[in-house]
Design a protein around this ligand. Sequence first.
Ligand SMILES: Cc1cc2nc3c(=O)[nH]c(=O)nc-3n(C[C@H](O)[C@H](O)[C@H](O)COP(=O)(O)OP(=O)(O)OC[C@H]3O[C@@H](n4cnc5c(N)ncnc54)[C@H](O)[C@@H]3O)c2cc1C
Length: 510
Amino acid sequence: MYKSLILAILLLISCFEASCSITTGSRSLLRAVNTNAQDHTNFAIDLNSTSFDAVLKDTPATFAIVEFFAHWCPACRNYKPQYEKVAKLFNGANAVHPGLILMVRVDCAEKINSNLCDKFSVDHYPLLLWGPPSQFVSGSWEPKKENSKIISIDDGRTADRLLKWINKQMGSSYSLDDGKYENEHVLSNLSDPGQIARAVYDIEEATSMAFNLILEHKMIKSKTRASFIEFLQLIVAHHPSRRCRKGSANILVNFDDLCPSDILSGKKQECMTSGPITLSNSHICGSEVPRGYYMFCRGSNNETRGFSCGLWVLLHSLSVRIEDGESQMAFSATCKFIHNFFICEECRQHFYEMCSSVSNPFNSTRDYALWLWTAHNNVNSRLMKEEASQGTGDPKFPKMMWPPKQLCPSCYLQSPQSDAENQIDWDQNEVFKFLASYYGNTLVKLYKDKELLGEAGSDKAVIDDLATSTNALVPLGAALAIALASCAFGALACFWRSKQKNRKQRRSWS
Ligand SMILES: Cc1cc2nc3c(=O)[nH]c(=O)nc-3n(C[C@H](O)[C@H](O)[C@H](O)COP(=O)(O)OP(=O)(O)OC[C@H]3O[C@@H](n4cnc5c(N)ncnc54)[C@H](O)[C@@H]3O)c2cc1C
């Protein structure tokens, strides 16, 4: 009698704990579980029927594992540390192999989750299902259904066996002992054009990080406000991620309230940072970003690549998306943005010099994209020497004249005698074609490629969310949706501009 009373109390407490950790956004979820000191650290994310679709839709991971369990089931409680050992490798900003597999769990003993567990035919605990995250979104599973992209993990009873199953599935050789960056399977992006597909998430990360740094360092001042707005206009229309186009449009439309110019020109020299709606609580790429890690731009140690790589990729992806008539505006907005807001003194200085040396206005996408490519190669050329003499570069990603021949053979008219840029005879038409395809549709489209990401078929949720704007080649339906979205953002931008028309004149880059 006493025993069952104590059991019931314990059950209530554990139910309470479980429900406490369930919130709606995946980032807040990650934080909630990761800071649960009592339970050491939880790496697998607790989801319920309200958060399930949103988190699985949002994740950059290629695969997801969902554990369906019941908190009262002793086998599930015993299994938790095993599942956690594997989740630690893949989940969260400090994961050893981030962004590949999202590991979550759903407590089927919670009433709120009954329908969800029914849809996935949960008939025993724990049940582990594996598949592309998008397949779980509004999805279902039946044990005997043929050709299902979701499969049941039949041998995951211990951490070792679960990881062995994953390795077999992915053709990988991950180990529970892997440390961050050691035994790292960082692939060189030298010759695999498909790698750029993952960079869309890095562009989101870098955009969000740039925005946060600008706010943190109070860089929007009366002198820099206009250039911030110009860059915002550029990304509202042409950012490759819809999430960021939407977030930046929201900020742009409300910018006058969030950062009134009279505040800046008056006594107070920075945008409002307190009050119910502020720039600091606006999310430029949605509340789930930054995630805390890079994928395409991940260095082979903590010190290298990351943000600045993501920023370059953002700039190149914008350069191939603009229309001819926008090329001068894009050039000017980018130059001013880097000059005013890139928190690397040497970088902004060098970039400023390259911007200042341009004498004629740009009038085509091609010219601007090729100028940016050359500017980036100039930086590469300088850093190649610096990094070689100081040993500061990333050993797995040495600087080079880009694109290397393996990536774009037709970009080379003749074989380079050495890596020096002035000895490469570029076919600039081919280089532009390559840039437009690499930073345009390939950046997003290869999510569909089952070979590259190991998925069978397209990842529609990801494609929908990351649909490219303007110049990139996309299917007709997607193009229509993008056009509509772009029109909406354009209308918002026009509305904002009309509010601004009597305000300060835009200064042109000189
Ligand atoms: C605007 C800007 C200016 C910078 N200036 C300096 C500086 O003066 N001094 C300094 O120490 N660091 C500078 N940096 C940082 C530096 O350029 C690198 O970003 C950093 O060293 C990380 O290098 P990475 O190996 O990740 O490749 P990155 O140079 O960051 O390149 C990212 C990716 O872009 C692709 N890429 C490479 N070259 C080109 C190209 N020519 N055209 C198109 N795509 C290309 C490759 O896939 C590469 O992996 C600057 C960064 C930016 C964004």
